[in-house]
Write a protein that binds this ligand. Structure first.
Ligand code: PLP
Length: 399
């Protein structure tokens, strides 16, 4: 009982800080309009930026992949679980996203979390130094810890501070690691300047393009393509459960880097390969992303982003200067953020409240996440609900 009581006390502390997280259960496919916990809502919570998660062609591909290759892979990639669908997808990904390096090769993972653990632990070990942006995703933080490298954290986006840390380092192996699009702020890292530093200091530059792949750059090839970077120092991680609408992740880099991961990355080696059907469906997704339909979806998404920037600026709260599909509205305290999220929920809008430890204390926020599946009417509803909530909060302050 003593052990359980410790946990109960811990949970009470979480409640007291307004930090209890609750899962909602979707009764229907991820889409702009969906049923959640039995209620119809407009969802602004997903990372399904292109609205592909429920695309009929991807659903068909998943079913076809299962018919061809079965329900499960049956093993790890090195011990029997590597299927033709995985191999084909890796070729597709290298061709689609690997234009930043000569001899590109891709490696498919079951999740982005694993891809980040694998990349950082394989490239940086004891004696190496990892240079990590202060707002990097939790999976990069965990990968850095697991690597046992020395970790230097530089202030968010601060290239001068990073430069000083690199100057002061005599580590033989240096790895700079950053999100491209920051997941809770939507801003984009100074990619060209990061690469210049990586080249100057003989460092790897690992870029996690979870929120850029499919959305940014020509044909949705990602943030590295948008910035037109090219270098053998670059290692790109992309995820496939967000804009690509399915699941999994990949690393693309020079063939030698990928071969090193296959040999050495424990989070790659010691886990069962994902179902081949998901790889088969991602190959279908790449054809949509890189085709006319992808361009049309990205164009619509850009319109929605521009309009959301304008409407968030008209609220009394603090928008973040983001040009991506992640449009945060900083409220401040956990309580006020939860109250606003609850008001939007009453209006049938699902806009998640993001609190510490996901974001720094005092910067709790609503995270409006846009998808090409949203319509302008969906944004009309968001605008009306935010303006009602603003009036209510002004009236409350006056009282
Ligand atoms: C979502 C995300 C991941 C993890 O990817 P999964 O495939 O969901 O495990 C990694 N990095 C960033 C920046 C993310 O937003």
């Amino acid at each position: 009982m003593e052990l359980l009581r410790q946990l109960e006390q811990g949970l009470k502390d979480i409640d007291a800080q307004g930090l209890r997280r609750r899962r909602r259960t979707a009764d229907t496919a991820c889409a702009a309009h969906m049923t959640v916990d039995g209620r119809p809502i407009v969802g602004f919570a997903s990372n399904d930026y292109l609205g592909l998660a429920a695309h009929p062609q991807l659903i068909d591909a998943l079913a076809e992949g299962a018919r061809r290759y079965g329900a499960g892979s049956g093993g790890s990639h090195l011990l029997g679980g590597h299927s033709r669908a995985h191999a084909q997808l890796e070729d597709d990904l290298a061709a689609f996203a690997g234009g930043f390096v000569d001899a590109p090769r891709a490696l498919y993972f079951s999740t982005g979390y694993m891809a980040n653990l694998a990349t950082l632990t394989a490239l940086a070990g004891r004696g190496a130094t990892l240079f990590s942006d202060a707002l990097n995703h939790a999976s990069l933080i965990d990968g850095a810890r697991l690597s046992r490298a020395d970790v230097k954290i530089y202030p968010h986006g601060d290239v001068d501070a990073l430069s000083a840390l690199l100057d002061a380092s005599d580590a033989e192996t240096k790895v700079i690691v950053s999100d491209t699009v920051f997941s809770m702020d939507g801003d984009v890292a100074p990619l060209a300047r990061l690469l210049a530093l990586a080249e100057q200091h003989g460092a790897w530059l690992v870029l996690d393009d979870a929120h850029g792949f499919g959305v940014l750059g020509p044909l949705g090839r990602g943030a590295i393509a948008e910035a037109a970077l090219r270098s053998p120092h670059l290692v790109m991680v992309g995820t496939l459960g967000k804009a690509a609408g399915v699941s999994g992740a990949f690393v693309v880099a020079h063939d030698t880097v990928i071969e090193w991961l296959v040999q050495r990355a424990r989070p790659y080696i010691f886990t069962t390969a994902s179902t081949p059907a998901s790889a088969f469906a991602v190959s279908a997704s790449l054809r949509i992303i890189g085709g006319e339909e992808g361009d049309a979806r990205r164009a619509h998404l850009r319109e929605l982003i521009a309009r959301t920037r304008t409407l968030l600026k008209r609220t009394p709260w603090q928008p973040v200067d983001s040009h991506t599909a992640v449009q945060p509205l900083i409220i401040g305290s956990n309580e006020a953020t939860l109250a606003l999220a609850a008001e939007l929920d009453h209006a049938g809008l699902w806009v998640p409240a993001i609190r510490p430890p996901t974001v720094p204390v005092g910067t709790s926020r609503l995270r409006v996440s846009l998808s090409a599946a949203h319509s302008h009417e969906d944004l009309d509803r968001l605008e009306a609900a935010l303006s009602r909530a603003a009036d209510a909060s002004a009236a409350q302050e006056a009282a």
